[in-house]
Every structure is written in C-alpha cells, then in structure tokens.
Design a protein around this ligand. Sequence first.
Ligand SMILES: *Cc1c(COP(=O)(O)O)cnc(C)c1O
Length: 373
Amino acid sequence: MTREPEGPARLSPGTVAVTAGRPTRTPDSPLNPPLVLASTYAAGGELEYGRYGNPVWRAFEEALAALEGGGRALVFSSGMAAATALLELVPDRGRLVAPRHAYLGVLAIVADAQARGRVHSDVVDVADTARIERACERADVLWLESPTNPALEVADLPAACAAAHANGALAVVDNTFATPLLQRPLDLGADIVLHSATKYLAGHSDVQLGAVVTRDDELYERLDAYRRKTGAVAGPFETWLALRGLRTLHLRVERAQANAATLAERLAAHPAVVRVRYPGLPGDPGHARAAAQMNGFGAIVSIELADAAVADAFTDKLSLWVNSTSLGGVESTLERRRRWPGEPHTIPAGLLRMSVGVEDVEDLWADLEQALP
Ligand SMILES: *Cc1c(COP(=O)(O)O)cnc(C)c1O
C-alpha cells in the first residue's frame, strides 16, 4: 500500500525545515524535543527498548519525511548502515542495477555482495537512460544516485523509476547530494530515498547518521524490522544534533548553492582548469535534466586539473579550503577523489570534488585563485 503525501503539505520547504517534528505546544512544553537517553522504557508502551525506538528518532524522522514530501522515515547509525539495510531488499541471487559512479562505500558493498554471489549487479552509467531501461528488464532493485558522487552525472529519475516499475523492480535513490530541498525522488517515482544525514541534513561535520524514507507501508515495516533486529541504531544525541542542523537546512543550502554557482563559473573561465562538472552550468551534460527535475543545482562542484600532481600542489596551497573527505558541512572542503584506492579509474586522477560551504564567496574565490597554477 502506498501512502499519499501528508502532513504540512501547504507550507514551503524552508518553513517545514523549521517547524516539522516539534513537540505539541502546551504551557511550558519545550520548543525542541528533549534529548532522551534511554536504553529501556517502562513496559507496556510503544517504545519498550532503546533499539526499537527513541522520541528523538521520531522527531527527526517526522521532519525528514515531511521534507521529502510525505511518507515515513527511519534513521540509522550512518548512511552506510541505511544503505546496507536497503541492499538487503534484494532477494538472494537477485538482480541489482547499480551506478558505476556513486558513493565509494555503496560501490564497495555492492561489489562484495556480487563477489559472494549474494546478488548479481549490473553496473550502469546513470545518465544513460536507454541502458538503464535494458538493465531493468530483469532487475529486482534499481539503485540510483543523482547527481552522482563525484562525477555529478544526472539520471532521468522519472524515466528510470518508470523503467524499474514496468518490470516490478524497486527504485532506490540516494538523495544525499541534492537534499530534499532541491530534489524529491518520491515525487519523481522512487520507492525509497536514502540519505547520508552526516552530510547536508546535519550539516556541521560533527555527526554520523543515515536515513531512509518511503511512502510504502510494507517496505517501511521490512526496514523497521531489519533495524530492530540488526541493531544499526542511531545515537539519540547524534539524532538530536542532526535535527538541530536540519532547522537551518534551507539557509545553508541556499547560500552554499549560490556560492557554488559563482565559483563554478569563475573556475570554468580559468585556463588551469581542464573541466568543471556542475549541473548548474548551461554547458554541463546534466544541465537540462537537472533543471527539469530539481529545484536547484546544489553545492558540489568537481573540477579537473591537469593531473594528480598538479591537483595535489593546488590543494597544498589552499588555506581557507580544508583538504578532507566528506561534504555538506558549513565549511568548504575539497579532496582529490583518486587518492582513495577504490575510486573507479573512470574518475580522472586530477579530479577534485569541492563541497562549497557558506563562507563569503569572495574569500573562497581568493583562496582558490592564489592556489591555481
Ligand atoms: C557519505 C555518503 C554515503 C554514506 O554515508 P555515511 O554517513 O558516511 O555512512 C552514502 N551516499 C552518499 C552519496 C554519501 O555522500
């Protein structure tokens, strides 16, 4: 059974980010859900045990589901814990269609599952809709990321999800890069949305957290049962911090995205930059699709410098930008992705993934400009 979008549907997303998942207003009630540190609860209620539920989880889940346009969310201890729960939806020896470029941890668990014979995976370029349609003919689950990490390819989500459904497959979309403010995969046809809440949702580089959202009650029950049994549960404090971060998601994304657009344009005009990948640039291969299915182009920009040595020398000269993995925090970070041995070799050695933060854009540009060759 599929749930229709519900909740504060008439409020704009920024208002939902501020208001969803609050306690009922009664005299002296706190405005924020209090942090509840409990491994057990007095018997006879809905929660019973810390691995089964927590009031802070519920508040975060309510807020995230409202942002995704309705449905129900489940919080996990990390994005990878959530991804592992979703991979379990593929039946034994079932068929998974997976992206060739995606978050490295996701590529790794898919490759492991394939090596063990647990699943058969068919790896596709998410931008190649015809290829996805062919791959979906025998699939159980279509797993997409869009825009992809770190290549920033854009999938045609409505067409790809329709291809999955035409063959009875489930469509999973990792929405970490876009956030629910810029893209709502459930509205575009996805059955399940995956988030690394570690990134934009929490937003301050101090929390590890993941989540899934679905409007399908049966899928929700399966994933809830999986979480209860396997125990990849979120810490109440981490969840509380992520909910606190979520309250400013719209402000952070708006500013970071505006900074990214300015920097992408300037970088594209710089002679030392071989290529800029950013769906917001009119010449980007994903531009038209992103414009059709997203409310903005996000704040991740990938640039290619001549080679690994040039990219590393550039990175070493930066002082404001932090050389670090991960993304989606208030601070601007970047990293050369091929420094990770598992990164696919179709990602150029000189590619730097930049997570543009919310600092002053002229300060960010000055630091980049002085470091470029
Ligand atoms: C970081 C990330 C993940 C994994 O999340 P963790 O919270 O690090 O476990 C999954 N997908 C994408 C797109 C990510 O960026």
